[in-house]
Design a protein around this ligand. Structure first.
Ligand code: CA
Length: 222
């Protein structure tokens, strides 16, 4: 299992990223301070570090410098507070592999994480397809199939939602869970976007596959 270190001092964001990455099958550790992150990176071998720039005392750039200075080549994705060109250039010059401007959506983050993981080591073939009750998703080609028939075209957001359901088959997923995992922590919790996208998915995958569980959320059924 790939191991990811999340370095983020804002608890809300750290929790959001942590939960999402665990649900996507990664092992995670968290650090809220730079020195703590370096300590962890010294004792545990990580496959990837998500590194916030704005950390108290020792900022993300200093952590990155210290990591690289000690010869640690772990892939690093910087989380920049704004899409400031300055931050980006400094990060990439300092040896970061990629950066994600805040605010970001979870699916954007996951896509970047997957790219880095693929660069570092090929994923085992078994983990590239998710299937349940006649629906299958190919995570590599980003294609869906229903009942072994032709390919069903899904938009990026529809695919992310379908993936979330297939990773938790037969479980009730609340609107809030789906909203935060797929649309991000900055999305308006009163939005009905989840319901809208569930409708799109039902139209494409079959109306009976996603059940409405009154007052609770939605469930993928077999
Ligand atoms: Ca921060």
């Amino acid at each position: 299992m790939s191991r990811i270190l999340i370095v983020e001092d804002e608890d809300r964001i750290a929790t959001f990223v942590d939960k999402g990455l665990r649900a996507a099958g990664y092992a995670t550790e968290r650090a809220s301070r730079g020195d703590e992150a370096l300590e962890l990176a010294r004792s545990i071998e990580f496959d990837l570090v998500l590194l916030d720039v704005g950390l108290p005392v020792m900022d993300g750039f200093a952590v990155l410098r210290a990591l690289r200075g000690s010869g640690n080549r772990v892939p690093v994705i910087m989380l920049t507070a704004h899409s400031s060109l300055d931050d980006t250039v400094r990060g990439l010059d300092g040896g970061a592999d990629d950066y994600i401007p805040k605010p970001f959506r979870f699916d954007e983050l996951l896509a970047r994480v997957r790219v880095r993981m693929r660069d570092a080591q090929p994923e085992p073939a078994a983990s590239t397809t998710l299937a349940y009750g006649g629906v299958s998703l190919d995570l590599r080609s980003r294609r869906a199939q229903v009942d072994g028939t032709g390919v069903v075209e899904l938009s990026a957001r529809e695919f992310a939602l379908a993936e979330e359901f297939l990773r938790h088959p037969d479980q009730v997923l609340s609107r809030e869970q789906l909203l935060s995992r797929i649309w991000g922590y900055d999305y308006d919790p009163g939005s009905n976007i989840v319901d809208v996208y569930v409708r799109y998915l039902r139209a494409k995958l079959g109306a009976g596959r996603i059940e409405t569980v009154r007052g609770m959320g939605y469930r993928l059924v077999g």
